[in-house]
Design a protein around this ligand. Structure first.
Ligand code: SF4
Ligand code: SF4
Length: 300
């Protein structure tokens, strides 16, 4: 049993307590307009081409057995229909300008990577975070395989989720999860759909059920100026969260660090029209959560 993984990040300090190994699964049911990992969205591999590194030598094109690479007006493009991700072109490129996002890993291969960092989990109170993409829409037997092995080894595992999945999937993994890092993007169903491609009924419903079941939940809220950071919306979020049992709230100011990835994937980037609230506003939002008895902090 294999699953596509697009990154295994070591020494991560933004995905829960302590030093963590974060495993990023490929494929997500949402397409957030501000997504900083566009390579996480598709459930298939993606070819990424870095024009800044490319010296246009043509080796990749000459070596591609599928004749998937073409050049027109100085722009190199790859046919998604023809490319079978054989990586002949990545090996041929001396500039490291090409990269396949999404490699298959078995549970044992993932565990081998996770176990390399066990010393850091013990020393820092950290552990493993499964992220994405969306963990909860992957093969849940595979996810359970990792969780059970981590539990046996005493590693604490966080699940970073957008919440858009069946609750049965959450119930299956509940006994093996330390903390859910749970995203709230917008309380209005239609605006949520506009921003992410999906409504929020499932997201909010699953959050209520997880809270009822006693799961440990940290809310993560990306804050985008003019989209979800106004007083009225923050009030709606607080009123909803007050009905639940929440450990912590992480307020995450929007950033555009993923912009270059869109270029490498030949995708249109809409994030330039967004910005983060300024730091005074971020602090005012944090204080409002704090006044309502939430343990709130700015950042991951
Ligand atoms: S082999 Fe590398 S440097 Fe040469 S054209 Fe292809 S991507 Fe560009
Ligand atoms: S991964 Fe293989 S098929 Fe795809 S563009 Fe590169 S050489 Fe061609």
């Amino acid at each position: 049993m294999e699953n596509l993984i697009f990154n295994i990040q070591k020494y991560s300090i933004h995905d829960g307590e302590g030093i963590r190994t974060t495993v990023f699964f490929k494929g997500c049911p949402m397409e957030c307009k501000w997504c900083h990992n566009p390579e996480s969205q598709s459930y298939r591999p993606d070819m990424m081409h870095n024009t800044e590194k490319c010296v246009q030598c043509g080796s990749c094109m000459a070596k591609c057995p599928q004749e998937a690479i073409s050049i027109k007006d100085g722009i190199i493009s790859t046919s998604a229909d023809r490319c079978n991700f054989c990586e002949t072109c990545t090996d041929a490129c001396i500039s490291n300008a090409r990269e396949v996002a999404g490699k298959p890993y078995t549970v044992d291969e993932i565990m081998k990577e996770i176990e390399k960092d066990k010393m850091f989990y013990e020393q820092s109170g950290g552990g493993v975070t499964l992220s994405g993409g969306e963990v909860m829409t992957q093969n849940m037997d595979y996810i359970l395989g990792i969780l059970k092995k981590c539990k046996r080894l005493g590693y604490r595992v966080n699940i970073d989720t957008c919440g858009h999945s069946s609750f049965e999937n959450f119930e299956r993994i509940l006994p093996y999860v330390d903390t859910f890092l749970y995203d709230i993007k917008h309380m209005d169903n239609e605006i949520h759909r506009e921003l992410t491609g999906q409504g929020n009924e499932m997201v909010l419903g699953n959050l209520e059920k997880l809270s009822e079941k006693g799961a440990k939940i940290n809310i993560r809220m990306p804050l985008v100026e003019g989209v979800n950071s106004d007083d009225e919306h923050i009030g709606r979020v607080i009123d909803f969260l007050k009905t639940l049992k929440i450990e912590k709230v992480n307020l995450l100011p929007y950033h555009n660090t993923g912009k270059s990835k869109y270029e490498r994937m030949g995708m249109n980037y809409e994030g330039d029209s967004y910005s983060a609230p300024d730091m005074d506003r971020m602090e005012a939002i944090r204080l409002r959560f704090e006044k309502n008895n939430f343990n709130a902090r700015i950042g991951g």
